[in-house]
Design a protein. Structure first.
Length: 340
């Protein structure tokens, strides 16, 4: 059943195995649990029993049912932040063993099992045993941080303190930067303080934010500004807050239409613009490897970053929570009901 695989290859069913259970988005805001025959991995592939899968904010646009989205989606689709245990190896796979705990970036992780290319997986260290490890978004944070080129002594403004913004706050503070966190919810600002932010600004009034950041920096503004929201206003604000010759890093996922920028101001300031979304699979894998290491050694606090667990059958509630952000919410993950 190729629909629960990260490849388009038709795979032979495994009659001795239990069926795959998957969440299928059948209409805007609606899921159904479905079953499919569990496939055998092909050459160079492995079958993984999924322990959990992170829920990404990028899911919210297709979940809402835009004109371009077709329904029903494939079973398990949109889940790209999964981790689990190797259950079966295809021909030619080396360096992995059955029972080994791994993470990967697929696209059918809202399920009990997934078939993935062995070369796209990463082993999880013993230090993370029993922990949720959404390596893909951890990798995004690490790659954004690398692209931002943050150094000790810089002032870094981060707009939007969700999972990515909070992780970047920790990484920038650990690098010796002075972090100024800007976010809408007070609990997000409190989280930024926990992650090492020196100052926080409520994201309420455009001009008041500009005045406050000017006051905090003696009108020098920020050396690096990271926009991590994905909407027009935060992008506008980011351009205002970066100093002349500074760096504007776009980490927000702008998927719901075109954006306008104040090119006159950007030209005048002579700023560097970095779109920090990586598409090269090797670079993505490197970021994931770095993110796993940062979680294992405590540089990234998984307990603070991953806050809400739901059973897979309640994926709809997890997606709604990602949109609505109940109290204490940073990031959700879903687990098959029979996961350990």
């Amino acid at each position: 059943m190729s629909e629960i695989s990260s490849t388009a290859t038709a795979l032979r069913p495994d009659p001795a195995a239990a069926p795959v259970k998957a969440a299928q988005v059948v209409a805007p805001g609606q899921i159904e649990m479905v079953e499919a025959t569990l496939p055998r991995p092909g050459a160079g592939q492995i079958r993984v029993r999924i322990e959990g899968c992170g829920v990404c904010a990028s899911n919210l646009e297709p979940w809402a049912g835009p004109e371009w989205q077709e329904f029903p989606m494939e079973p398990g689709v949109m889940g790209h932040e999964a981790w689990g245990v190797v259950e079966a190896l295809g021909d030619g796979v080396s360096g992995l063993r059955e029972g080994q705990r791994i993470a990967w970036s697929g696209n059918h992780g809202y399920a009990s099992h997934e078939i993935v290319a062995a070369e796209t997986t990463l082993p999880l260290p013993d230090a993370l045993a029993g922990r949720p490890v959404p390596a893909e978004p951890l990798g995004c944070a690490m790659n954004i941080f690398r692209r931002a080129q943050i150094t000790s002594g810089q002032t870094v403004a981060i707009i939007g303190i969700g999972f990515i913004g909070a992780a970047l706050t920790a990484l920038a503070a650990q690098a010796g930067a002075r972090v100024i966190a800007i976010s809408r919810r007070q609990e997000s600002l409190d989280l930024a303080r926990r992650m090492g932010a020196a100052d926080t600004i409520p994201m309420e009034d455009h001009w008041e934010i500009m005045r406050e950041l000017g006051r905090l920096t003696e009108d020098r503004l920020a050396d690096v500004v990271i926009e991590a929201v994905g909407l027009q206003w935060p992008l506008d604000l980011a351009g205002e807050l970066v100093r002349e010759g500074g760096r504007l890093v776009i980490a927000g996922y702008h998927q719901n239409g075109p954006r306008q920028v104040n090119m006159q101001m950007w030209n005048w300031k002579g700023i560097d613009i970095v779109s920090a979304h990586e598409r090269n699979p090797e670079v993505q894998l490197r970021g994931m490897r770095d993110g796993i290491a940062a979680a294992a050694d405590g540089r990234l606090d998984l307990d603070a970053l991953i806050t809400h667990r739901y059973p897979l059958s309640q994926l709809d509630q997890a997606l709604d929570a990602t949109r609505d952000k109940p109290g204490g919410f940073v990031k959700a993950w879903v687990a098959p009901e029979d996961a350990a």
